[in-house]
Design a protein around this ligand. Structure first.
Ligand SMILES: [Zn+2]
Ligand SMILES: [Zn+2]
Length: 273
C-alpha cells in the first residue's frame, strides 16, 4: 500500500476504513504544510504500538530527512521498526515492484512536488488463433509463451514474439499536490488514466487561490483536458465550501469525466487494452 500525503486525520480515517495502516510500505509527502504531513507522527507511533517490524519508506522534497528526524524525537518515543527516508527532486524517480513513482516540482508557495505513479509495461496480448494456426496444442505451452519463454513443438521452435502482440502501457495516476497549473505539469501528466488535482476554489476566487499557490476547479479541468487524462478527481477544497457541486459543474463544462474526491472514495483504474 502506498500513501500519498498524510494529513492529521489520516490514521483515524484508516481506522474507519476497511484498510489497515500497517500495510503501508511507502509514504510520499508533497510538501511541508500541515495538511500534508501532520499525520506522520501519529501514524508512525501507532505502527510501532502495533508491533510493526516491516521497513517503512518515506519520501518527500528536500528537507524530508530533517522533518522526519524531528517528528521522531517528539516526546519519549523510538520506533520499533526501521524507517528509511529519502529526498526526491524534480525529475527523480523511485522504482519498486511493478511501479515507478516520479517527482516534478510543483508551483506552490513553498518547495513542493507533484507525483506520478506509473505501472510498468505489460506484455502484449496473446494471439491464440495464431498459436493454434502454428500447430500448437492448447495447454501449458501457451502459458510458457505468455511468460516470455520460447517453446519447441514437433521440431519447430516458436518464440513469444510470434504469438504475442506489442507490449502494452501500464496505468498511470498523477497527483498534483498543492499547485498552480504549469506547462511542465501538463507534460508530466500526459495521457494519465487518473489525474488527482488541487481544486481549492471556484473560479470567482481564482486570483486569491492562485496567489496562495492553488488551482481552481476550472484550472484543474483545463489541465486534465490539455494533458489528455481519462478521468479527473478534484480534491483539496477550501473548508469555506459546504457544497462543492458548483466546482464540479464548472469543471465538467471543460472536462466531462470529472469526479469530486470524498472520504473513503474508491476508484478502480481499469485497463484500456
Ligand atoms: Zn500547501
Ligand atoms: Zn494543502
Amino acid at each position: 500500500m502506498i500513501l500519498f500525503d498524510c494529513g492529521e486525520g489520516t490514521q483515524r480515517q484508516f481506522m474507519l476504513s476497511k484498510l489497515s495502516f500497517m500495510q503501508i510500505s511507502k509514504v510520499f509527502i508533497t510538501h511541508f504544510h500541515g495538511d500534508h504531513f501532520l499525520g506522520l507522527p501519529g501514524l508512525i507511533q501507532s505502527m510501532s504500538l502495533n508491533d510493526r517490524d516491516k521497513l517503512l519508506y518515506i519520501h518527500g522534497p528536500k528537507g524530508i530527512q530533517e522533518l522526519v528526524g524531528s517528528l521522531l524525537t517528539l516526546g519519549y518515543f523510538a520506533p520499533g521498526f526501521e524507517i528509511r527516508v529519502a529526498e526526491l527532486a524534480d525529475g527523480s524517480s523511485i522504482d519498486f515492484d511493478e511501479y515507478i513513482v516520479s517527482a516534478l516540482d510543483a508551483l506552490h508557495t513553498v518547495p513542493a512536488l507533484s507525483y506520478s505513479l506509473t505501472e510498468r509495461q505489460r506484455p502484449g496480448k496473446f494471439d491464440k488463433p495464431k498459436a493454434l494456426e502454428l500447430g500448437l496444442p492448447e495447454g501449458p505451452l501457451f502459458g510458457q509463451l505468455q511468460n516470455g519463454h520460447a517453446v519447441t513443438w514437433e521440431g519447430n521452435t516458436i518464440t513469444p514474439e510470434m504469438v504475442m502482440g506489442p507490449p502494452r502501457r501500464g496505468r498511470k495516476i498523477v497527483y498534483s499536490g498543492d499547485t498552480l497549473p504549469t506547462k511542465e505539469f501538463i507534460e508530466f501528466a500526459k495521457d494519465c488514466d487518473v489525474l488527482i488535482h488541487d481544486a481549492t476554489a471556484d473560479s470567482s476566487m481564482e486570483e486569491k487561490a492562485n496567489r496562495y499557490g492553488h488551482s481552481t476547479a476550472k484550472q484543474a479541468a483545463t489541465v486534465a483536458k490539455e494533458c489528455g487524462a481519462k478521468e479527473l478527481i478534484l480534491t483539496h477544497f477550501s473548508p469555506r465550501y459546504e457544497d462543492v457541486t458548483p466546482m464540479l459543474i464548472e469543471a465538467k463544462e471543460i472536462f466531462e469525466n470529472t469526479l469530486v474526491a470524498e472520504d473513503f472514495l474508491e476508484y478502480t483504474v481499469s485497463y484500456t487494452d
